[in-house]
Design a protein around this ligand. Structure first.
Ligand code: BDR
Ligand code: CA
Length: 312
């Protein structure tokens, strides 16, 4: 499967990339970065480093949107560290750099070159995808599928009490993307929070000696320390890695088909996904917004086993 990864690396983004790099059936055609956990430029440097560790130094990395469509950017260094990798970045080989085009331009170009083939894994705010839809309105027909880590159905938020970070970092972009008619799967906090890696899983990773395991372990130790401060438990939630695993094997999760909007005006709820869970539509109400596939449950043990196998 040919994939484009749209990301704001980010510790769980890094784990997602390392996981995909170890999947024999996956070709990462390109990576685009976006504001989110860190600035898009810093995220691009991180992506290059992660790809180097993963043995994918030839994958092009494009810098994407520096800011959301309609609000100032905010970052999540309090979770991912000032550099986005918990202070554990690696030296880049000489000559490694980003490509000239933007992440949205790169995505549109590849979608046109490979119609019906690309799967987009979007594990940051959705600004690049929204811009790509504006550049190329045929994108829903050109892409095979889109898997998004974002939002939550019934769970509380994480970046605010109500909103999940990727959706809240650019609510207007997310609202556009969720309603665009893409073949879209949403992997939200309801499922990612049920698939946490515990101390025993982290210890197993820490004992492994491959370069990618040592890199992942250093990053996840930082992440676990932050989580310990929040939850008083030595655990991590691998949000983006779960979305990556579901993109590779959708049978890991179960789904509902729902119309998903994003709250754009709420004083306390801006950036929250609003999921219509009714099993019916009422006559006279707007029926035009297409539904998306929303992950509702996941096989957490299978996911964590696969993740360990890919990282060790
Ligand atoms: C999402 O927000 C970011 O901090 C993570 O990398 C993940 O993509 C989780 O809400
Ligand atoms: Ca992310």
């Amino acid at each position: 499967m040919r994939m484009v990864i749209d990301t704001d690396p980010g510790i769980d983004d890094a784990v997602a990339l390392l996981y995909l790099a170890a999947q024999p059936g996956v070709e990462i055609a390109a990576v685009g970065t976006v504001h989110g956990n860190v600035e898009a430029t810093a995220g691009a440097r991180n992506a290059l480093q992660i790809l180097d560790v993963a043995g994918l130094a030839d994958v092009p990395v494009a810098i994407g949107a520096a800011r959301p469509l309609a609000q100032p950017p905010t970052f999540a260094e309090f979770i991912h560290g000032a550099d986005g990798l918990g202070g554990h970045g690696v030296e880049l080989a000489d000559g490694r750099g980003t490509v000239e085009e933007s992440a949205a331009e790169q995505l549109v170009r590849l979608a046109r070159r490979h119609p019906g083939e690309l799967t987009v894994l979007a594990i940051g705010p959705l600004t690049n995808l929204a811009l790509a839809l504006l550049l190329e309105p045929r994108l829903p027909a050109l892409l095979r599928s889109v898997v998004v880590m974002g939002g939550s159905v019934n769970a509380p938020g994480n970046i605010t009490g109500q909103a999940e970070a990727n959706t809240a970092h650019d609510p207007e972009a997310a609202d556009l993307v969720y309603g665009a008619g893409l073949n879209l799967t949403l992997v939200g906090l309801d499922v990612t929070e049920t698939a946490r890696a515990d101390a025993a899983w982290l210890d197993r990773l820490a004992a492994a000696t491959t370069p990618r395991a040592r890199f992942a372990s250093r990053l996840l130790n930082h992440y676990a320390t932050v989580y310990e401060g929040l939850f008083s438990e030595h655990i991590v939630t691998l949000h983006d890695a779960l979305a990556a695993a579901i993109a590779v094997d959708p049978t890991l999760a179960t789904y509902g088909e729902h119309v998903v909007d994003v709250e754009l005006r709420g004083t306390h709820t801006r950036g929250r996904t609003v999921v219509d869970l009714r099993p019916y539509r009422l006559a006279g109400q707007d029926q035009t917004r297409p539904p998306v596939r929303v992950a509702t449950a996941v096989d957490a043990p299978a996911f964590l086993d696969r993740m360990a196998a890919a990282l060790l």
